[in-house]
Design a protein around this ligand. Sequence first.
Ligand SMILES: O=C(O)C(=O)C[C@]1(C(=O)O)C=C[C@@H](O)C=C1
Length: 311
Amino acid sequence: MSATRYTYLGPAGTFTEAALHTLPEAATRELVPLSSVALALDAVRGGEASGAFVPIENSVEGAVTATNDELASGAPLMIYREVLLPIAFALLVRPGTELAGIKTVTSHPVAQPQVRRWLAANLPDAVWESAASNADGARLVSEGRYDAAFAGEFAAPIYGLDPLVKDIADARSATTRFVLVGRPGRISSATGADKTSMVVWLPDDHPGALLELLQEFAVRGINLMRIESRPTGEGLGNYCFLIDCEGHLSERRVGEAMMGLKRICPQVRFLGSYPRADRQPSTGRRPGTSDADFTAASDWLSRCLDGRADA
Ligand SMILES: O=C(O)C(=O)C[C@]1(C(=O)O)C=C[C@@H](O)C=C1
């Protein structure tokens, strides 16, 4: 096991790598690029790395399904950190290529919806094909397999390419969220601006099953930040839910919500509590849901059971 090795979605020059470098500890780790999210996470499961850094969601395209499916299945993993990175693409070409000469273009599938309108307006006849990552697309352009790739401008020098067009983004505020994933372990202390992630399988198929699950959060005043349904692979209609909520597992309202889910759902996978990258404190706190409120209520229950009930 290497405690100092982090794997990530490579090769060199991915947005994942750029986001990874914003983590202070990245400077003291051996950073190993791998060709897929699954390989990066398997290295952690197999003990060859202590962390894997992977994209999990994009504000335009939504879930990075490979990451979500990996977290929901196989040996359990946990999220320890998150990073948000604004995304804008450059069109990378071999030196001398002009826009009019571009017949084929490649990128990661999550990149394509972020540049769809630009592509339709500027390269309407070009054929787009998917690459394992944007940087891998750039590598394929350098090998002559495609005429152009959408990737970070910073990938251009790595692959001897030129950024023919810069700052391409259909949505100006496009952001990708990345997570540092490790084997299950102790969660970091609450910071006051935390997020808790989990995978939840629905209570048996009946009307209102999803509502019952959501009520565990609603009655405790917990704001959900993301809910993503993914097929379990066990037949049509079988879904699990990847949920991010505000707060830390050590907060009573979050802990009680998780216990509520555990009581009613066939399976709950805790994916970690970790600091929010945006540092925003939890929103929309309901009266009666602070730790002090929960403690006062359970003290009162004890007094009732002891025959010392008060008003
Ligand atoms: O291919 C890359 O450069 C990546 O880091 C992957 C990835 C992703 O999967 O979300 C990262 C950010 C962009 O939104 C598109 C692709």
